[in-house]
Design a protein. Sequence first.
Lengths: 92, 247
Amino acid sequence: MSDYINEDFIEFNEFIEELASIDSYMDKRIDHQVVAMQVEKITTETACQLSIEVDLDGAVSIGTIPPMYYLETSFMPVFHNIKINFELEENN
Amino acid sequence: MAVANRSWNLESFLDSLIVELDKARETLAIKAINKPLTYAVKDVNLEMQLFPSFDGDNVQFITAQPGQEGASKIAIQLGSITDQQIRKTTNEPNTAQDVSIDLIDEIDTDTKNTLRKIGVTSVNDLDKIQKKNVDLLKVSNKKVDYGKLANLLNKARRTENPPKVGNVNFNISRSASTIQVEGDNLMLDEKYKPVAVFNGEMVELISASKSNLKLQINKDTVKDKDNELIVISDPYTVFKMKLDHKN
């Protein structure tokens, strides 16, 4: 695997970690009681830009980033699509 | 230095993608030490806009650039599987006794690719398909001749595991005299029975194993110095020893 990626992009593993970075519980106090909820499953689907680079040995590095600009231009970037399912894991 | 937007092959891309997913899984596992609840990646579906190209042997891909139209859409779906599933669905890694076909220079790239397509990556794989009486000439579209290939592979395997002689003991007695050769890789393939010549005479083999050879000799042929023992343990291996006999 190549280590180099374009600086406008983040490594693919960081991209996944960012998506999975969710606070475990959501809680709200209602009439002296606390109601807590946890998310069991997350399905996330987003357009993304990819930077796939190849070093001289043929090793590939993958950089990715969600769409960076929302302004429509005559030359639009190419958007790929990524869908990730996360599931809750309870750690003892 | 990596170069942007060069063609890549699917295998390298998947290798990289899997390494990235493993890295993410490891980070999430570290996070799990302090957090009671964490999220694991169940599956990933990546849809990419690509242009494939085919050079006659390999398919390569290049990502579509801004402004380029008519790209193919390729979706890669990766699910998480357990270690048991991995063991069931993949070949065991090559052992020290086995030789990967990639390492054998005598086999040309075309033959290597043909073998890989039919799932043969090592000498042991080839032995397995031979045991099942598969006609290699037919399945490889007359590209691979089994006999020739098996010879090359076995020779390579023998080169990787040469015979090593540790000790040689003479056991001279009136009833039966023997020579015992101790070492490693003295014989490698059960198919071949070793043949030995002692001082120009063919001698009888009493027992043979990877680490031990026992040969019956005629005690009258034993000299004090410069006894010559030649062992042919298979079609690819001959080893010769000069032995002194001490009473």
